[in-house]
Design a binder for this molecule. Structure first.
Ligand code: ATP
Ligand code: ATP
Length: 711
């Protein structure tokens, strides 16, 4: 059997086989020839088993070619009778319906589709059920342990507050030199043996693919868990939103100046004491009170308050909050009245107010509207100290950073300049490395062939010896290993419902008890629409998406939705709402019961959730990895219209590129809410501006819109 299998593998791979080392080919043949190997639907089992290997080894150029090679392998193996018929093949009597389960939350709970196969006995069923429950309990326990660990880590974090001593003497913290450090999580090494110096006053952009370890690295630094970080260096990692309580947003920011708060409290206490003693003295001799001590104390407090610039603190805090789009009324509201996104902004405002020695920002623009992003860009550009910002927004990085820290292959490398400069420098370096590698290989082969040829020739013994030495001296140059390309594959719907698809006729909407957000909206969306909606936070963009998808109904007027149209919605809510105790594959299996596992794996794979990642507990996934799972889920049923609310949040720059390509190739309508200039200009052809309860087409590019806002 292995011989026939070997012939089939060579036949299908053809000249590609030349790119594979013999042990790899042998491995592939052995895996596929195993009589228990499951090729799955259209070879997806083969894709799962050897797909990454084929791509990584350069045998196929990308995952799409890989899919077709695996499909052909499966077909040929079948033709040669090498595939054992699996009893679990789905029955044709239970066809797969494309419009089912579009929205997990709303779809009625379906019974798993029946499958042909050996019938389980009652005892087996009970056993299976018991094992399932046990697995679920174990996953839940692991998640709870993880939460407890996170809480403990948070509790161990040094408290960071405004440090006036530093500003008085000029900061004592200058450059930070971290040498030979490692970063790991859950037994997985993310950074190995790296040395990095952060020069004082430089602004670093930390970039790298989703899941490489950027957030974990920032956490390590915030916990001072890397050697070389001075103990007294104040590091603030803006990761958690502020606690929701009765403190106003403004006060919450001001409270981070602990010394000021303490001095003001002391002042109030002394003044009260003074008032009380004046009252006691009423009717007695008023000049009898000995208030010299009180006056002296107050003088000390006032001097210090003046020294630490306490009287301007309120206006500074207010102006930061205003920059992040908090109106004066909002600044007075208690923090518990704000949503998570807004509380995150308060956390950002507090960090900017504190001005720590080293500020660590993790994707700060994700929570902001364009106004606030532009304000933050201007603020950070003038930042007097060091910061590191993780961001996947190219324009933002180009504006605010002076250096790039690039995390790839467990190594952290520093580059001078903005993101565009980094891209150019890196491309140049890779080109040179490849050239050096090829020339090194040529010299090596040349010397080796001379040595092999004359090894037993006594006359040339000394020459051979010198070649052997030269070969030993010849340095090693690493071959360029490119990150695997990934694609965002939005499947083409099998049908194309005729117009009208979605149309708003005099539709008005306001939340119950609230003001009218929109009045008499009239517009339509069809399968050719490519639109981006822009407008400030809270203006109602997400509400429009909900009116389109049918999650909300207009207060008056109508929103028509073709009965045949399938709409998919992607939002942060879908990413945050993933079941954290599950894993990507289990999650997909629950959303689409009865669909073969291989098919779900293949679909997750088309969004870069491959191999082990598909089986990793969801709570361990990075932001970008979770986004990909959400993308895979919403597109599985081949929607006609895709509604996207800030889709590029968390996605790395290559993934945004893949998202753009995916959307360009998608054969349906797209409506997105975004302020990612690169994404908008690459994937849509119309801008709609939302303001004053209206949605109006904007004649101009996103760049023009940005200019208009700035003016
Ligand atoms: N307990 C764990 N076991 C195994 N792997 C883990 C565990 N926890 C996290 N990981 C993995 O460690 C990696 C680091 O995640 P991290 O959030 O630091 O990445 P990131 O570079 O910030 O990603 P993103 O750009 O998507 O935000 C991820 O690939 C994640 O899947
Ligand atoms: N369920 C709700 N009940 C009451 N008011 C709501 C509800 N959801 C949103 N709102 C309010 O309606 C307004 C519009 O909200 P929406 O989320 O649509 O705005 P947006 O433009 O998408 O904002 P963002 O950019 O922050 O997502 C906001 O003032 C918001 O506070």
């Amino acid at each position: 059997m292995t011989e026939v299998a070997s012939n089939v593998v060579y036949e299908v791979l053809g000249p590609r086989a030349q790119d594979l080392d013999q042990p790899i080919i042998d491995y592939i043949i052995n895996v596929l020839a195993d009589e228990d190997f499951d090729f799955g639907y259209e070879g997806e089992g083969a894709f799962d088993a050897i797909g990454e290997l084929l791509v990584d080894s350069g045998c196929v150029t990308d995952f799409s070619e890989c899919h077709s090679v695996c499909g052909r392998l499966s077909e040929k193996f079948g033709k040669h009778g090498l595939i054992k018929i699996k009893p679990a093949v789905r029955s044709l009597a239970t066809p797969f319906r494309m419009n089912e389960g579009m929205d997990e939350e709303k779809a009625p709970k379906k019974k798993p589709e029946p499958v042909d196969g050996p019938l389980l006995t009652e005892r087996d069923k009970i056993k299976l059920e018991r094992r399932k429950r046990k697995d679920e309990r174990q996953r839940e326990v692991q998640y709870q342990i993880h939460l407890a660990e996170m809480e403990a880590a948070k509790a161990g974090m040094p408290v960071v507050s405004v440090n006036h001593d530093n500003s008085a003497e000029g900061s004592t913290i200058r450059d930070i030199h971290m040498e030979n450090f490692n970063v790991s999580i859950g037994g997985r090494e993310l950074i190995v043996d790296c040395t990095v110096t952060l020069s004082f006053g430089r602004h670093y952009g930390l970039v790298g693919r989703n899941g490489t370890g950027k957030t974990t690295f920032l956490r390590y630094m915030a916990m001072h868990a890397i050697e070389g970080i001075p103990k007294n260096c104040q590091i603030l990692h803006v990761e958690q939103e502020v606690v929701g309580d009765d403190t106003s947003a403004l006060q919450c920011v001001l409270n981070s100046d602990v010394e000021r708060a303490h001095l003001l409290e002391e002042e109030a206490r002394i003044l009260k004491k003074q008032r009380d003693s004046e009252m006691d003295a009423e009717g007695k001799d008023p000049n009898g009170i000995n208030d010299d001590g009180i006056a002296q104390k107050l003088e000390v407090i006032y001097k210090r308050l003046e020294f630490i610039d306490a009287y301007s603190a309120e206006s500074r805090a207010a102006s930061i909050l205003a920059g992040l789009s908090f109106t004066p009324e909002m600044q007075k509201k208690p923090t518990r009245a704000f949503s998570g996104g807004w509380r995150m902004r308060i956390a950002l405002a507090r960090a900017l107010f504190i001005e720590p020695d080293l500020l660590l920002l993790d994707e700060p623009t994700n929570h902001l509207d364009l106004h606030a992003v532009l304000w933050l860009e201007a603020y950070l550009t003038k930042w007097p100290k060091t910061f590191i910002v993780v961001s996947h927004a190219r324009e933002f990085l180009n504006t605010v950073v002076t250096d790039i820290l690039y995390l790839q292959g467990q190594k952290l490398t520093a580059f001078k300049g903005d993101y565009d400069t980094f891209e150019r420098t890196r491309a140049e370096l890779l080109k040179n490395q490849q050239k050096a590698f090829e020339s090194n290989e040529r010299s090596r082969e040349h010397m080796q062939s001379f040595i092999d040829k004359f090894r037993y020739n006594a006359k040339r013994a000394s020459l051979v010896q010198s070649r052997i030495k030269a070969l030993e001296r010849l340095g090693h140059v690493d071959e360029v290993v490119n990150d695997p390309d990934y694609k965002f594959d939005f499947p083409t719907p099998d049908d194309r419902p005729g117009p009208p698809i979605i149309s708003f006729s005099d539709a008005s909407f306001g939340y119950p008890g609230g003001p009218l957000l929109f009045r008499n909206l009239n517009f339509g969306i069809d399968l050719d629409s490519r639109v981006a909606m822009v407008g400030p936070n809270g203006i109602g963009k997400s509400t429009i998406l909900k009116l389109i998808s049918g999650e909300l109904q207009p207060s008056s007027g109508t929103v028509f939705r073709s009965a045949k149209v399938r709409i998919a919605v992607f939002s942060q809510h879908h990413v945050d709402g993933l079941d954290l105790t599950s894993n990507p594959l289990l999650y997909m299996m629950r959303c689409f019961p009865g669909v073969p596992e291989q098919k779900l794996r293949g679909h997750l794979g088309s969004f870069g959730v491959t191999g082990n990642l598909a089986l990793q507990p969801m709570y361990t996934l990075s932001g970008g990895q979770k986004s990909r799972v959400a993308f895979a889920k919403i597109t599985f049923k081949k929607p006609h219209i895709i509604l996207l609310d800030e889709p590029s949040n968390h996605l790395d720059l290559d993934a945004v590129e893949a998202l753009i390509q995916g959307l360009v190739l998608f054969q349906g309508g797209v409506l997105m809410v975004s302020h990612d200039e690169h994404l908008i200009s690459g994937s849509v052809d119309q801008l709609w501006a939302v303001s004053d309860g209206k949605v109006t087409p904007f004649s101009g590019t996103f760049h023009d819109y940005k200019k208009k806002l700035q003016s």
